[in-house]
Design a protein around this ligand. Structure first.
Ligand code: ATP
Ligand code: FE
Ligand code: MG
Length: 352
């Protein structure tokens, strides 16, 4: 099938056209209009500004995607949009736009769970076979997920406080670095000494693969206060040491996640996959690749453009859902919270 995918859950207004079937699909167009410059001055995404900007750009982005793909609405088989989790204003814009297009063109509408789209991405980019293990590390999430089959996702463990990207963003803000923090911290860390500060790896001693970043953030703040006024070297060393601590934590917990996976699925995963914007980080990717190698598991890191928010993953998730015979239709309401474990549950009328 040929599917139009719309993503507006956060600060990317994205529309894509994807063709194919589960495990064998290709992207015909993938347009991402990032709002980063609109939110930069605030050091984070402002929901009201995001919603308004989505409303102002969605039709142009959609038209560009259709144009790039060289298809018109009549050629499509379905229209999909993110229905959650995310910021309600933006979700409403994207889902309402998608429903309107679907109605006008007489096409089915598919409401997609944003997290499901992230964890299915390696099947779009690399045709990874079920079951596999995903480390979802994004601006709003940090969790290990067993992707058993379509609609069957089991959370193995995850953060009990901040998201992974949030930890990078807060660290950057504290050190006076640019927004978004992840790339800025990684850049600064390149010239820093990762051993100068001995930052903690929270929950290291706790069993299982839960994560925590709050204690690490506090340790960074204290170190920064103690070293103030900060020189460029201090900032670089703090960034390198912080990144090193996150890498050590993820190394430990990802290994445990693979063990938990085997217990949950009764078999080893076909791959360890990293998803979400934090996957852009080279040091963390290398750490996770090491874990996979030691466990004798393949390591898959989709292209960065498809690790961060995009419309292609939404269209692809709809292809998977429709092939599996389960799709949330036009009655589905947008929701700010929508846990992945519940993605397979019937959602029609939910939220009343
Ligand atoms: P979610 O998908 O959970 O709703 P989101 O859309 O905000 O959240 P993404 O767009 O996937 O998340 O990723 C953005 C996050 O990735 C930001 O927090 C950003 O700081 C982080 N990030 C981007 N590049 C890097 C990097 N090189 N190192 C670490 N973190 C990074
Ligand atoms: Fe996302
Ligand atoms: Mg984003």
């Amino acid at each position: 099938p040929l599917v139009l995918g719309i993503e507006t859950s956060c600060d990317e207004c994205a529309v894509a056209v994807v063709a194919g079937r589960p495990g064998a699909a290709r992207i015909l167009a993938d347009v991402v209009w990032s709002q980063i410059d609109l939110h930069e001055a605030y050091g984070g995404v402002v929901p009201e500004i995001a919603a308004r900007a989505h409303g102002e750009t969605i039709d142009k982005v959609a038209a560009e995607a259709l144009d790039q793909a060289g298809v018109d609405l009549g050629a499509l088989d379905a229209v999909a949009a993110t229905a959650g989790p995310g910021l309600l204003g933006g979700l409403l814009v994207g889902a309402t736009f998608g429903k309107a297009v679907a109605r006008a063109a007489g096409l089915p509408f598919v409401a997609v769970n944003h997290l499901e789209a992230h964890v299915l991405t390696p099947r779009l980019t690399d045709g990874v076979a079920f079951p596999y293990c995903v480390a979802l590390l994004s601006g709003g999430h940090a969790q290990f997920v067993a992707v058993i089959g379509p609609g069957d996702y089991r959370r193995l463990g995850g953060t009990i406080d901040d998201a992974a990207g949030e930890a990078f963003d807060k660290t950057a803000k504290l050190l006076g670095l640019a927004y978004p923090g992840g790339p800025a911290v990684e850049r600064a860390a390149r010239s820093g000494d990762p051993k100068r500060f001995d930052f903690p790896t929270p929950l290291a001693r706790r069993e299982g693969c839960d994560l925590s970043f709050a204690g690490l953030k506090t340790a960074v703040r204290l170190a920064a206060e103690r070293a103030a006024p900060l020189t460029e070297t201090d900032v670089a060393d703090i960034c390198a040491s912080f990144q090193d601590a996150v890498a050590r934590l993820l190394t430990l917990k990802a290994a445990r996640a693979l063990e938990a996976f085997a217990a949950e699925a009764g078999t080893a995963p076909t791959a360890l996959v990293v998803a979400g914007g934090v996957a852009a980080n080279g040091v963390l990717r290398a750490a996770l690749a090491g874990v996979a190698e030691r466990a004798g598991t393949a390591f898959v890191a989709p292209p960065l453009r498809l690790c961060t928010d995009n419309g292609a993953m939404i269209a692809y998730a709809a292809i998977e859902r429709r092939a599996a015979g389960s799709a949330d239709g036009i009655e589905t309401r947008v929701r700010s919270r929508w846990p992945l474990d519940g993605a397979a549950a019937p959602l029609i009328g939910a939220g009343k």
